[in-house]
Structure formats: C-alpha cells, structure tokens
Design a protein around this ligand. Structure first.
Ligand code: ATP
Ligand code: MG
Length: 352
C-alpha cells in the first residue's frame, strides 16, 4: 500500500496536482493499488506562513514516504536562501540523493513540433555539475574576484558519473539498447574528460548495449535533424537540463513533459517545466506533465518494489493519456485544443 507525499507547489502546481490525483484515484479503483496520499504545503505558501519555502517537516515526510508527487516551484521568484527561499528541487535532489533525473520525450501522432518523430529518454545527473548550489567551494559555487569578473565552478566526480551511467545502461536494456554519451570533452578536457571515461568504463559491463558519443552542441542539432539516432542519452546536469527542454518542445510541448528524480530507494515525480505563473489559476495548464510523471513513479514501484499492479497501472495511464491526446477535440489549450485542466483530466480518468 504505497503512501505518497503530495506537494502541490506554486503557480499551476495545485491545478495539475488535483488533476493528477483524480487520475491516480481512478487508476487505483481499477487496479487495486491501495494508494494513500498525504498533502503538505511548500513553496510560496509556506514562505508566507513559516518563513521558508521548504519546512523541515516536508523533508522528513518525503524520507518516510513511498514516493513524492512534487509540484512545480517558482524558484526564480523566491527570496535569497537566508530569507527562506530554498530551491526545493535542488534540496530534494541533493538532500535525498535523488541523483537520476529521468526525462523522457516521445512524439505522439499529430503533436510533434519537429521534422522527425522522436522517442528518447535523457538521463540527467542531478547532484553536481554546473550548479553553484551543488558545488560549494569555500562556501561558494560562484564568486567574483573583482566587481567586474564573475566565475563559476563545475564539479564532476567519478562516483556521480559512474552511477548515472549505470542507470542509463540499465534503462537502455529495457528499451532499444543504445546509450549516447553527451559531452564537450574536446574543450572541457578535465571535467568532460573524466565524465566520458566513466561512461566508457561502465559500457564495458554492458556488451549488449551500444555506446555512442556526441558533443553537446552537435547533439542539439541532431535532436532537430535526426532524433531517431537517440534512445537513451546520458548527460551532465546543465547540458541535460537544456537538451531536455529542446526534446520536450520537439515532442509537442512542455505540458507533455514528465520526469522523475530517483535512486534505488526513493522516487519523486515532477513535471519538467516550472510553475508557469502566466497561466496559473485559469484552468489552462496541461496536466499531462504531472500525470505522466505520476505514471513514471508507478513504473518505479514495479521495477524497484516488485509491484506488478503498479506497472500495469502505469501502462494504463499512459494509454489513456495517448488516447485522449489522439483526438484534437480532447486536447488542452497549449496543444490547440478546447479543454481546460479539469475537463482534460476527467477525460483521461474516463478513458481508464
Ligand atoms: P518558472 O520560473 O517557475 O520556471 P516560467 O515563467 O519559466 O516559470 P515555465 O513553467 O518554465 O514558466 O513555462 C514556460 C512556458 O511554458 C510558459 O509560457 C508556460 O505557460 C508554458 N507551460 C509550462 N508548463 C505548462 C503546462 N503544463 N501547460 C501549458 N503550458 C505550460
Ligand atoms: Mg522556467
């Protein structure tokens, strides 16, 4: 009986989370998953009430849960950390060591925005790389040696590179058995050099999986020109962040982009996009991103907890979303359709 922690978050978060819970309850009724949900506040709501975007109780509840449904956060609009503005995504990824940010992109008929259809997964290393809050050196990940010069640090370690590479090869074995290592080792000789050596080393243990390598800028071009070259891409944190927005946009839009932050003991479902303040509170958001993230959390339960029913439920959700998206008349506004968040979610639940 999985117990999920629900954190609706900022902007469109409460709307897409309500839609997702409706779909999860519908799938639970059919597949007997015995799900239970505990909802807690975080983000701008607790900043106002508790002086922090991430109360300690949220992290404790996450550790004790069987999975987290994490809503979007409006980090850009948070105050500095010492005024309570904690980047919740980073706190989860680093604090709970959820090192794998799994970001799939798949074109559905009639919805692709590129020349070619694509079906790939970007495995993003999430605990280090070019993110100042993850690379503190003498208390700072960025620093200014003079008022006119700013510098940034990028940390790449053998430990983090090996484990995300292994996760990518394991995933490739369940897909089309191909991993593409994204890098810039021609220029970043030490950091990307170490990264690439680690991926090659892991590849030795997976003779049944093909390893391809690509420079990150060429990868952006090939994503547009020939995305069928890709099955599983493995990339460092910042590269993967940018490429996954490109891939999800090509697949049909950010509103379709689900993801998880995971390791072998915990999984946190999270839409790939931000809090979309421009459309918040208007019943306009596409809840697919969060619904598909929830399906990925159920898949994680099938894989890591042996919960077969959860795997079947995940497949049922994906099929119901695909069937609903297949009809122009049952698409959301961002995809040119007429439906609001609530009506779309009700259609998906009915399709189950
Ligand atoms: P944040 O600072 O929280 O990242 P943002 O302004 O960058 O907010 P994003 O959430 O990153 O906004 O979204 C970028 C664009 O994509 C916005 O115009 C937003 O409306 C749109 N968008 C994002 N998610 C969805 C969704 N689920 N449904 C429809 N449109 C979306
Ligand atoms: Mg954004």
């Amino acid at each position: 009986m999985p117990r999920f922690l629900v954190l609706p978050g900022d902007g469109i978060g409460p709307e897409i989370m309500a839609a997702t819970l409706g779909v999860l309850r519908a799938v639970d009724a059919r597949h007997g998953l015995d799900l239970s949900f505990e909802t807690q506040a975080m983000g701008l709501e607790t900043l106002a009430s508790h002086g922090t975007t991430l109360p300690d109780s949220v992290m404790e509840a996450a550790r004790a849960s069987d999975g987290v449904l994490l809503g979007p956060i409006s980090h850009l609009h948070y105050p500095p950390r010492d005024k309570g503005g904690i980047n919740v995504s980073a706190a989860f990824r680093v604090g709970l060591d959820l090192f794998a940010n799994v970001r799939p992109a798949r074109t559905r008929a009639g919805l692709g925005r590129g020349h070619q259809p694509l079906d790939l997964v970007i495995m993003r290393e999430a605990t280090e790389g070019f993110y100042p809050d993850r690379n503190l050196h003498q208390g700072h990940g960025e620093f200014m040696p003079t008022p006119d010069v700013a510098m940034s640090l990028r940390r790449i370690t053998r430990h983090a590179s090996l484990r995300i590479a292994r996760a990518a090869f394991d995933l490739a074995r369940r897909r089309r058995r191909k991993v593409t290592a994204v890098h810039k080792a021609n220029t970043f000789i030490m950091t990307d050099g170490l990264w690439l050596r680690c991926v090659r080393e892991v590849a030795q243990d997976y003779p049944d999986v093909t390893l391809d390598e690509i420079i990150v800028d060429a990868c952006a071009a090939i994503l547009v020109r020939d995305p069928q070259r890709f099955d599983v891409l493995v990339a460092t944190n910042f590269h993967a962040d940018i490429l996954s927005d490109l891939a999800s946009e090509l697949s049909g839009g950010l509103g379709l982009a689900g993801s998880t932050n995971e390791n072998d003991v915990l999984c946190c479902a999270q839409a790939q996009h931000g809090s979309a303040p421009d459309i918040a509170g208007q019943d306009k958001a596409n809840p697919c991103s969060m619904i598909l993230s929830a399906a990925m959390l159920l898949e994680w339960h099938a894989l890591h907890r042996g919960n077969t029913a959860a795997g079947q439920a995940a497949a049922a959700i994906q099929a119901a979303v695909d069937a609903t998206l297949a009809e122009p008349a049952t698409r959301t506004v961002d995809l040119g359709g007429p439906l609001g968040t609530k009506d779309f979610a009700a259609r998906v639940a009915a399709a189950l």
